[in-house]
Write a protein that binds this ligand. Structure first.
Ligand code: URA
Length: 213
């Protein structure tokens, strides 16, 4: 598993406002959108392309286009939805599959409650969107779900990651033949006793969409 912490002053600047508890939901949504577009630029460095020749008004030119099948973008509901527009801005022709996962706040175990994805993901490059890599349980389950359907290259984009979560994820994916990359805006200090990232930004879903009961 490869982890890439995007080191850029604009990313750090936007993330600082995002973390601030005084930032309201609409600003939080806008900043998430902007941040994901910046992260997506890094995360798509290895997007699959193929060579094409086109004709300019002057001459023939060699170029590239995105390969087929197109990448699949997978936001993890609910908080990953806040990252979808920012991602699609850079990959507007990709397809989108939805995966609903919920974390039991006592056991911290992730389970799937909804899915809308192609049955066959053979040869598909997937971009998984989940703002918080906390314990790593949700992403481990999502990655297994996608590779079980044949996905052969997975990049996860997160806003924050915890060291414990990265270590758990690495252990959970041991032996998996599919390459997995994590692209994140920051690697925080630790998890607290409730599985929240410290210093973090709180509950990403609640901050995007309001408190869910
Ligand atoms: N999920 C969140 O929304 N925030 C955390 O800090 C950890 C998990």
């Amino acid at each position: 598993m490869r982890t890439h912490v995007v080191d850029h002053p604009l990313v750090a600047h936007k993330l600082t406002t995002l973390r601030d508890q005084a930032t309201d939901s609409s600003t939080f949504r806008r900043l998430t959108d902007e941040l994901v577009t910046l992260l997506a630029y890094e995360a798509t460095r290895a997007v699959r392309v193929e060579a094409v020749t086109i004709t300019t008004p002057v001459a023939q030119a060699n170029g590239i286009k995105l390969s087929t099948p197109k990448p699949l973008v997978v936001p993890i509901l609910r908080a990953g939805l806040g990252m979808l527009d920012g991602m699609m801005r850079l990959l507007p022709t990709s397809e989108v599959g939805f995966l609903g996962m919920i974390r039991n706040e006592e056991t911290l175990q992730a389970s799937t409650y909804a899915e809308r994805l192609p049955e066959d993901l053979s040869g598909r490059q997937c971009y998984v969107l989940d703002p918080m890599l906390a314990t790593g349980g949700t992403l481990a389950a999502a990655i297994r779900f996608l590779t079980d359907r044949g996905a052969d290259d997975i990049t996860c984009i997160t806003l924050l990651a915890a060291p414990e979560g990265l270590a758990n994820l690495e252990a959970a994916l041991e032996g998996l033949a599919v390459p997995v990359a994590i692209v994140t805006a920051a690697l925080d200090e630790r998890l607290d006793e409730n599985g929240y990232i410290v210093p973090g930004l709180g509950d990403a879903g609640d901050r995007l969409y309001g408190v869910a009961h």
